[in-house]
Design a protein around this ligand. Structure first.
Ligand SMILES: Cc1ncc(COP(=O)(O)O)c(C=O)c1O
Length: 373
């Protein structure tokens, strides 16, 4: 099966792409979707009906992947937008908001920006050896915590958290749980109901095999109905096409978090990419990537690399982070040598997808060894 899948990603003929933690390779289906949008503009000029069908179809497919109703998903343009919008809609005054030190910076920025308007006590949950023990949540989340923000999988080193256990702690203390799943969606199974997640943000660019510019915001229905976002637009209204200037008529459920005209070309691409994920199946993808993840750790250790990721594969997503001097320069050198990987701070992240194999990992690690000495 792998060989067939690989031939559907033509970019791999030019370079060895191992950068799913940043931008995955794109499939033939995705390339066709780009053309489909271009052709619709050429042939139809404008087609709101078809555009909205694509947006809704992408939303429905995403909702199936995380096991929720499509009405619980809003479409925005970046994870940063989604988190800012949620924070603006919550009353956090005189309460604590917890965010972990492993979160992507935009989460911290959004909370600190809110702190300028509301009297929020921001608590940074500390990491130990690039991981967060469950007990740390017990001590930092209190009865005064209104919101706890965590990453399912860390962008830095792939540290994967047990969401269900964290949700239990947060809910026991009365806190909402916001999960940033940008580094897990498309690689690790997510079930928002089973995991008891209140709010989830993610996007298409990484393991969902799409491009930047389209992200999904899940808000549990009962919660969404109690929130009144102030980052708003006509697509967040019950009937956008009513063109009613004088009334604010919030749409049901998470639809009220939609803003202006959705990113249409990105929705075409998302719809194609999500069909591909569905065709291969999340279970198959998760099992395959888990094996590649433990293989990468083994090989990296064998070659004497210092690893920033958890060595226990059950605490790890797909990406493996390796400490190197001058990581961003090494990223450039690897690209010149034909390997696409992604650096962050002091690490190189090796992040395969379903189209990669063990040989790709070994070749990349050997080249990294050569360049980093
Ligand atoms: C876990 C995580 N959250 C958020 C972001 C930022 O997403 P956006 O650029 O859509 O705001 C990234 C980007 O790498 C990420 O890895």
């Amino acid at each position: 099966m792998l060989l067939k899948v690989r031939s559907e990603f033509p970019g791999l003929e030019k370079k060895l792409i191992l950068s799913s933690c940043s931008q995955s390779a794109i499939s033939l289906d995705v390339m066709n979707a780009m053309d489909e949008y271009k052709n619709s503009l050429l042939e139809e000029g404008m087609s709101w009906e078809t555009w909205m069908e694509k947006v809704n179809s992408a939303k429905e497919k995403f909702a199936r992947i995380i096991n929720c109703d499509a009405s619980e998903v809003a479409i925005l343009s970046s994870v940063s937008d989604s988190i800012s919008s949620i924070l603006q809609s919550l009353d956090l005054n005189k309460q604590d908001v917890c965010v972990t030190e492993m979160d992507f910076p935009c989460v911290g920025h959004a909370i600190l920006a809110q702190k300028q308007k509301q009297d929020i006590n921001v608590i940074f949950i500390p990491a130990e050896n690039n991981m967060i023990p469950l007990e740390t949540y017990e001590t930092h989340i209190t009865e005064n915590t209104a919101l706890t923000c965590i990453s399912h999988v860390s962008y830095y080193n792939g540290f994967k958290q047990n969401i269900k256990d964290i949700a239990k702690i947060a809910h026991k203390k009365g806190s909402l749980l916001l999960v940033d799943a940008y580094q897990s969606a498309g690689a690790v199974n997510i079930d928002v109901k089973d995991m008891d997640i209140d709010i989830l943000v993610t996007g298409m660019q990484k393991y969902l095999l799409g491009v930047p510019g389209i992200t999904f915001l899940y808000v549990k229905k009962e919660l969404a109905e109690r929130l009144y976002p102030t980052t708003i637009g006509w697509f967040g209204q019950k009937n956008p096409f009513a063109f009613d200037l004088k009334n604010l008529d919030y749409a049901h459920s998470a639809q009220r978090f939609n803003t202006g005209t959705p990113p249409v070309i990105n929705a075409y691409i998302a719809d194609a990419a999500l069909s591909f994920i569905d065709k291969v199946g999340m279970e198959t993808i998760q099992n395959y990537l888990s094996k590649l993840s433990s293989f990468t750790i083994e090989k990296a250790a064998e070659l004497g690399f210092e690893i920033a990721s958890p060595l226990d594969n059950s605490k790890k997503g797909t990406s493996t982070a390796i400490y190197v001097d001058d990581a961003s320069n090494i990223e450039k050198k690897l690209k010149q040598a034909g390997f696409v990987v992604s650096s962050r701070k002091d690490v190189i992240r090796i992040a395969p997808h379903i189209y990669n194999n063990e040989e790709d990992i070994v070749n990349c690690l050997l080249k990294l060894k050569e360049l980093s000495h």
